[in-house]
Structures are given as structure tokens and as C-alpha cells.
Design a protein around this ligand. Structure first.
Ligand code: PLP
Length: 370
């Protein structure tokens, strides 16, 4: 019997991946096997290449087991000196999560918050950094909560002007959004296997400025998430310190190759952009509107407002699911929203079919109401 094709995932991850990425996992490779060690090395090199930098220029890609949040916690808990002080720029749930991690570790941290469909106030960041004695600044690149794109280059300029170590959660953007990594002045950027590179879940990675990473000796608060030790392990024998997600790494290696074959980040970004564009046009025609103003939206995921106060999202979601389309509930605090993701192995045709299904479901729900 042929397996039924899985429903396309219009979600922020895990995402729909290609058949060939899934097939790449059908092997049992030893974690100390020379072939596997070579794959890990090539993945690390390729990740730096995607950012347009290299080891020779002072950059390191460190892979860490776990979901994306584990990689964020790895960096935060490993690079903060005893007298460190963080400023977190927050306009969504993922910014809040960074603050929560900082607080859990007992680190000194302040937050600058704004509405989830607004960009942070750069002057406010500037003022805070000028007077607050902050050593570290954190921001989320694409805030997947709403889909808004934060101005990481401008914020990086402010961080550097005040000598703060700059941390960017680019989980949902890296590999799917074109940006000039070099000009953003980032010290630590984190993303994961199952977002825009279109691999399967199992590890995250940090792109680290080596000169900063090397100053963090003795700071790690945990053994398993120790970033410096993980880097040294990868550098000395090419291996993870503890069991690596071998199958996930095989899939990721294939996913990186497919990213190249698609035409690199610019081509992938263009495909996502087309999905996003078609989606908002189609949804508007059906009667929906977006939570984030169009000029602030990224092309990763879109938040749509409920069309009416009594909109039955549960029914909408279930009926779409019955038609084999998976969307995502909302996460913003002040408005009733749901989200449609544009990333993963999704084509313009998938988006068009989703829009047809949304229109059908809206028609059915209208009939159900009378
Ligand atoms: C997906 C995502 C994460 C990590 O989530 P995990 O569930 O731990 O993989 C973190 N930040 C952002 C912005 C994300 O989109």
C-alpha cells in the first residue's frame, strides 16, 4: 500500500519537507563514523556560507541537539558573564521567551516592549543602552507570533555603538529571508533545522563570532547546553559531545543541497514571497484582513484577524483540516488571530488550493449559521 500523502503544513514549523529530504533519513550511521563526521563538517561550513561568512573570517557554526529553543538557551546560558546585563526588545511571544530564559537563569535583564504589530522604537533602545549598563542585547528577527520583521540591522548598529554583545533569534527567517548578515553586526545568531532550510526537527545552530565566543570560558551554566564545549568538541574531533540526531543531520544535509538547487536563499525567499503575496490577496478577497500592516509584514507567516467577533475558529480549523490543510492558531495577545505560514516545501499551487478550501469553508460556515 502506498502511504497517503501528508497534509501540507501552513505552519511555522515543523514544516512540509520534500520526499527526498525524508528519504535521506533512511540510514543508520554511527556518530563517530568518518562519513558522518564529514557530513557534520560540511553542514557547519555550509551554514556559514549561507550567511556569507567563513571560519577564516572569524565565524563558527555550532550545532546543538534539541529544538530551536534549546539552541537559544544554550547561547544565553553560555555567553553571559556573572555581571552580565541583558536588554531584550520584545514585540511578541518569542521575545518574551528569551526574557523567560534569562529570568530562569537568574540573569539581570530588562525589556523594551511594544505592540505586537508595531516595530520597536529605536530611540528607546538607544536611550536604554546609553544609560543602562547593558552588556548584551537580544531581538527576534522575524517575530513568528505575528509575522512582523524587525529591523535587525538598525538595532545592531545601536548595540555596537554601545559595545553590547548582539544576539538575534533568526529561527524563522534564516535561509528564507535575504539579509546582509555582515552588516547586521551580529555576535550570535540562532536558527534551527526545521524552519527555512526545510529539514526535519532535531537540532538548532548558532552562528558565532569566534572572538566573542572565546571570551566566554567558564560562563556556561549547564553541561549539556555548554556552547563553548560543544564548539570545542566539534573542532577537535568533529563530533558532538553527546548522541547527535544522526537522521536529522542526514536530512538537513540533503535539505541544504536542495536549497542550493532551488537557487539559494534569494530563490527560496522569492518563492515564499510569492506564497505570501498570493495568500494575502486571496484572503482579502474572501473577506479577511491582516493584523500587521502590509509594509511591516515579512513573507514567513501571516496573522489574519477573525472576520467577526463571533468567528468560530475551531470549526474553521477543523473543516480546513478535513479538507487536508493544516493552518495555525494565533498567538498575539490583544487581537483574535490565526496564522498561515508560507514556508516549507509549498508551491504556488498549494497556496491556491488552500485559498479555494478557505472560500469553501467560509461558505459552509455561513450556511451552518442560518
Ligand atoms: C520556531 C521558533 C523558535 C523555536 O521554537 P522551537 O519550538 O523550540 O523549535 C524560536 N523563535 C522563533 C522566532 C521561532 O519562530
Amino acid at each position: 500500500m502506498l502511504p497517503k500523502k501528508d497534509k501540507p503544513l501552513f505552519t511555522p514549523g515543523p514544516l512540509t519537507t520534500s520526499e527526498t529530504v525524508k528519504q535521506a533519513m533512511q540510514r543508520d550511521l554511527g556518530s563517530r563514523d568518518r562519513e558522518f563526521v564529514g557530513i557534520v563538517k560540511s553542514i557547519r561550513d555550509k551554514l556559514l556560507q549561507l550567511a556569507g561568512v567563513s571560519q577564516a573570517e572569524g565565524w563558527e557554526a555550532v550545532l546543538m541537539q534539541g529544538s530551536g529553543t534549546f539552541a537559544i538557551e544554550s547561547v544565553i546560558s553560555s555567553v553571559t558573564p556573572p555581571d552580565g546585563k541583558w536588554l531584550v526588545v520584545i514585540n511578541g511571544a518569542y521575545g518574551e521567551r528569551i526574557l523567560k530564559i534569562l529570568e530562569r537563569h537568574g540573569f539581570t535583564a530588562d525589556a523594551i516592549r511594544c505592540e505586537e504589530n508595531r516595530l520597536p522604537d529605536l530611540k528607546e533602545i538607544e536611550t536604554a543602552l546609553a544609560g543602562g549598563g547593558f552588556t548584551h542585547l537580544a531581538v527576534v528577527h522575524c517575530e513568528t507570533t505575528s509575522g512582523i520583521m524587525n529591523p535587525i540591522r538598525q538595532i545592531g548598529e545601536i548595540a555596537k555603538a554601545h559595545g553590547a554583545v548582539y544576539f538575534v533569534d533568526s529561527m524563522s527567517a534564516f535561509g528564507g529571508v535575504e539579509f546582509d548578515f555582515g552588516s547586521c553586526q551580529i555576535d550570535f545568531l540562532v536558527s534551527s533545522a526545521n524552519k527555512c532550510v526545510q529539514g526535519v526537527p532535531g537540532f538548532g545552530f548558532a552562528l558565532c563570532r569566534r572572538a566573542v565566543l572565546e571570551t566566554t570560558e567558564g560562563y556556561a551554566r549547564t553541561t549539556s547546553l555548554d556552547l563553548l564545549a560543544q564548539w570545542r568538541g566539534l573542532e577537535t574531533n568533529g563530533q558532538f559531545r553527546f548522541t547527535p540526531p544522526t537522521h536529522t543531520l542526514l536530512a538537513f544535509s540533503q535539505a541544504l543541497q536542495e536549497l542550493d538547487e532551488e537557487g539559494g536563499v534569494s530563490a527560496r525567499s522569492a518563492r515564499y514571497q510569492k506564497n505570501h503575496e498570493a495568500c494575502i490577496r486571496g484572503m482579502r478577497a474572501i473577506g479577511f484582513s491582516e493584523y500587521v500592516p502590509e509594509d511591516l509584514q515579512g513573507h514567513i507567516i501571516t496573522s489574519f484577524l477573525y472576520p467577526t467577533d463571533d468567528f468560530d475558529f475551531e470549526m474553521f480549523y477543523n473543516r480546513l483540516n478535513d479538507k487536508d490543510f493544516v493552518i495555525y492558531p494565533g498567538k498575539v495577545t490583544k487581537a483574535n488571530c490565526f496564522r498561515i505560514g508560507h514556508i516549507g516545501d509549498l508551491s504556488g499551487e498549494d497556496t491556491a488550493r488552500l485559498l479555494v478550501a478557505v472560500e469553501e469553508v467560509m461558505g459552509e460556515m455561513k450556511v451552518a449559521r442560518v
